[in-house]
Design a protein around this ligand. Structure first.
Ligand SMILES: [Zn+2]
Ligand SMILES: [Zn+2]
Ligand SMILES: [Zn+2]
Length: 362
């Protein structure tokens, strides 16, 4: 059953449309590939984190409800009334989301548990995954393994909170849509550092950093939100007029992109604007990894630890070792080909170029 067709980059198609579980697939099959989440897992800031601020997002329990001026007022009054401590400031994130910034991790965590406050205002509190979790991708995972099975095979040796197999959207001749499993599986770890590999029943699988797909609205074709939350007029992905692409008379060859005016449909992977968005997501994902390398937890402070412990900790970091190796290779290479001398100046130069190259790579 080896499905070797390349997975389409355009995952938002899948993400935007609800899975039609009533289609031909049996109930058991649907459950097998349903994302598996560790029960009762609540995201929280690690006790020892060293961020400069701790943000908590608030949305209405009804997720498509806007934050009105009245809601904002009720929020600041509620914070005062309940004596919520550690609030540095409030800010609007978008029409549906407000952020509360706390001074220390514990205050943010306590607030997340403040049922009384949240229920009173019918709000839902969460913290961004980016500060507490990292997602990796495994390939060649046998189709027979359910998400739950994969979770139990990797075991508690790694702090895993979610397993999700990628599903491919398939349309049959009758136009019915179904979802087929692929051999690619996303695994989310409750950590900010990605392990280099994991074991699945003695099989060693390399773990690659997951790059979130670009969010494009299939209603208005703009980026950054999905159709479910779209308040804009419908825009045709083929001709940019205000109608559905289904009723469009324009031929694909004459397509005009609603975002760049180029000669392609608005969801095309060849759109330069889409490519730019994809690059931005890559850089964002990678900088999370690097920010962890440079935070104070990775570089324990001099006063509390000996130099030996610091060096030991540093060499445990896969990212650091890769970076160092690449830099050494560059320095040697430039020495022999460009006759560049080996000194602190050239090491620094190569370190900077390796770091920025790695950040922008792939
Ligand atoms: Zn939209
Ligand atoms: Zn059209
Ligand atoms: Zn375009």
């Amino acid at each position: 059953m080896g499905r070797r067709k390349k997975r389409k980059r355009d995952e938002n198609e899948v993400a935007d449309r609800p899975t039609d579980s009533s289609s031909e697939s049996e109930d058991e099959e649907v459950g097998k590939y349903q994302p598996y989440k560790v029960p009762n897992y609540n995201r929280k800031y690690p006790e020892n984190s060293n961020l400069s601020e701790y943000i908590v997002f608030l949305t209405h329990n009804k997720e498509d409800q806007h934050f009105t001026d009245k809601d904002r007022l009720a929020l600041s009054q509620g914070l005062r009334k309940h004596g919520v401590s550690g609030v540095m400031h409030l800010k609007s994130i978008n029409r549906y989301k407000v952020g509360i910034t706390f001074d220390v991790s514990n205050n943010a965590n306590v607030f997340l548990q403040n049922k009384k406050f949240l229920d009173e205002l019918s709000l839902n509190a969460s913290i961004p995954a980016i500060s507490t979790e990292v997602t990796g991708v495994l390939s060649s995972v046998p189709l027979s393994l359910s998400n739950k099975k994969i979770f139990s095979l990797i075991g508690s040796s790694r702090n895993i909170i979610q397993v999700r197999r990628f599903m491919r959207r398939v349309k049959n001749d009758m136009g019915a849509v179904s979802y087929q499993p692929t051999q690619t599986v996303a695994v989310t770890f409750a950590s900010t550092v990605l392990p280099e590999y994991v074991y699945l029943d003695h099989w060693r699988h390399e773990v690659n950093l997951y790059i979130a797909p670009v969010k494009q609205c299939l209603r208005c074709m703009r980026y950054g939100h999905i159709a479910k939350f779209c308040k804009n007029a419908e825009v045709c992905s083929i001709c940019t007029e205000n109608h559905s692409y289904r009723s469009c008379q324009t031929k694909n060859d004459d397509a005009k992109c609603a975002n760049c005016n180029g000669n392609h449909v608005a969801i095309s992977a060849s759109c330069p604007i889409k490519q730019k968005k994809i690059e931005e997501n890559k850089v964002k994902s990678r900088s999370v990894q690097y920010s962890d390398l440079f935070n104070e937890n990775s570089f324990p402070s001099l006063s509390s630890k000996t130099i030996e412990t610091q060096i030991n900790n540093l060499t445990k970091s896969d990212i650091f070792l890769k970076l160092l190796t690449e830099t050494i290779l560059c320095v040697i290479n430039n020495n022999s080909t460009k006759k560049q001398p080996i000194n602190t100046g050239t090491v620094k130069e190569n370190l900077i170029s390796t770091l920025s190259k790695t950040l922008l790579k792939k």
